[in-house]
Design a binder for this molecule. Structure first.
Ligand code: HEM
Length: 453
């Protein structure tokens, strides 16, 4: 048959046809807009629905723990605590961050970052499973369809943006144009709004597809098994390839594969939040593996004294004075003065905004409320504005709310685990407050100003 046509064409029999003719003669769809272009037998409504249902729960938890992370800064207390001052009504949910339970932020931020990383394979598999829809033509069949497609663009773009900025923030020195905080915060709202719209539209379908599968009525199941296609339709049949390649793995097998990849990411990340011996399993996490040092001060550090530009000459017994100001004026205290005040101990973790944390460390020092009483705030400790010797960095200053100052476990720590603080842990003195993000536990403290902020 083939040879016959050539005789009628212009090319001599033994010469291969020019590429473009071969393409033009080949009836395989070439454009991603045609369903036949997508050949994987795995795509289908059940596969997509299962991934969607996992993301429904996962993304919601991510959004809530993210909002909680922002609230933990007490951004409404003072501008120094607020990296997203332009948020306007998006801050409607903010509340005074509590001090109980003392591991609260450790749990919420550990969950945020670990879950975010664990969900990456699910997010990518979900996007892969629906990619034919992104190219489907016409771009809009109706106004409703156009709106749905725009929300899909915000959903896909917002999701990729949030995961990318999140991973860049925790994994690498943040290499992204623009400050992480407002980008990730506003991106979260855009993404979650599109996500809610998508969920409202799709969850009923996803649940129906899950039920259908159980009843063995999944559209396209035949295609995966090489039988003719059942009628495509709103159930997601349009995701099923009309010309599937022979299957090499089942849809359930592919889901197990995605689950396995998530499990691997989970297992090589969660150790940085749980700490202890499990930290060594966090092979992919920047604060995984062995602790940076040994001994009482050997636990994890984010910013070292050298990185913060702390000059040892300023922290010496002679030079360093803590300046405490309040209702009755200002007092200047040396380390010896502080050591003469009543000292207390608290077992509290360092919980970093990047999701890693330490186990509870034994801190010893002067209660913040006792320092407040020293300058006239006896019995009713107010908020406090904390300043560090650090000269640069977004968190060289921080504000703590009255409930944090009043908590008997909140200390100006001078010792940790029975030893003087090391320079990298904030010698001569650092703040340690229960349930607060690491960035608000200021190191190398130089000045405390008590008074309503
Ligand atoms: C791999 C995925 C993700 C990672 C690793 C990640 C990481 C982080 C980190 C480290 C922070 C704290 C930043 C700081 O205070 O310094 C954060 C905050 C936040 N995250 Fe994520 N995130 C991820 C995905 C998401 C997603 C999908 C959402 C929304 C649905 C989200 C919403 C938020 C919000 C609202 C904040 C608070 C921002 C602020 O404090 O200004 N995150 N995230």
């Amino acid at each position: 048959m083939r040879r016959q046509r050539f005789v009628m064409g212009c090319a001599p029999l033994h010469q291969p046809l020019p590429a473009y003719r071969r393409i033009m003669r080949d009836d395989r769809p070439r454009l991603p807009s045609s369903p036949g272009f997508w050949r994987s037998p795995l795509r289908g409504p059940w596969f997509t629905s299962m991934l969607g249902l996992v993301l429904l729960v996962g993304i919601t938890v991510l959004f809530v723990t993210g909002l909680v992370s922002y609230a933990a800064y007490n951004p409404g207390l003072d501008p120094v605590n607020d990296q997203t001052p332009g948020k306007g009504f998006l801050g409607f949910y903010l509340f005074a961050w509590p001090t109980n339970p003392h591991w609260l932020y450790r749990a919420t931020q550990g969950l945020h970052v670990t879950l975010g990383i664990t969900l990456i394979p699910v997010l990518l598999a979900k996007l892969w499973s629906v990619v034919p829809r992104l190219f489907a033509l016409p771009p809009a069949r109706s106004l409703a369809h156009a709106l749905e497609r725009i929300s899909l663009l915000l959903l896909v773009g917002g999701g990729l943006f949030e995961f990318t900025t999140g991973v860049l923030n925790v994994q690498l020195d943040y290499v992204f144009p623009g400050s992480f905080y407002p980008l990730h915060f506003y991106g979260a709202w855009v993404f979650f709004a599109a996500f809610v719209a998508h969920a409202v539209l799709k969850v009923p379908t996803a649940l129906r597809n899950a039920r259908r599968r159980r009843a063995g009525q999944e559209p396209g199941a035949h295609a995966a098994a090489g039988e003719p296609l059942t009628a495509a339709g709103p159930g997601g049949g349009d995701l099923v390839s009309p010309r599937p390649d022979p299957p090499t793995v089942s849809r359930r097998g592919a889901l197990w594969f995605v689950g396995g990849a998530s499990l691997l990411l989970f297992a090589t990340t969660v150790g940085q939040s749980i700490g202890g011996a499990l930290r060594r399993t966090a092979l992919l996490a920047p604060h995984g593996g062995a602790d940076p040092g040994s001994g009482p001060n050997g636990f994890q550090i984010n910013k070292t004294a050298a990185y913060a530009g702390i000059d040892a000459a300023e922290t010496g017994e002679e030079a360093w004075r803590l300046v405490v100001t309040g209702r009755t004026g200002t007092v200047r205290l040396g380390r010896a003065d502080l050591l003469r005040m009543p000292l207390h101990s608290s077992a509290l973790p360092i919980a970093c905004v990047e999701g890693w944390s330490t186990a509870d460390q034994w801190w010893r020092g002067v209660r913040l409320r006792d320092l407040a009483a020293l300058v006239g705030h006896d019995g009713d400790p107010p908020d406090v504005f904390v300043e560090s010797l650090q000269r640069h960095g977004a968190f060289r200053r921080a504000a703590l709310r009255a409930n944090q100052v009043a908590d008997p476990r909140s200390l100006l720590a001078l010792y940790v685990n029975g030893e003087e603080l090391s320079p990298d842990h904030g010698y001569p003195a650092r703040i340690i407050v229960p349930a607060a993000p690491g960035v608000l536990n200021t190191k190398w403290v130089a000045r405390l100003t008590f008074g309503d902020l």
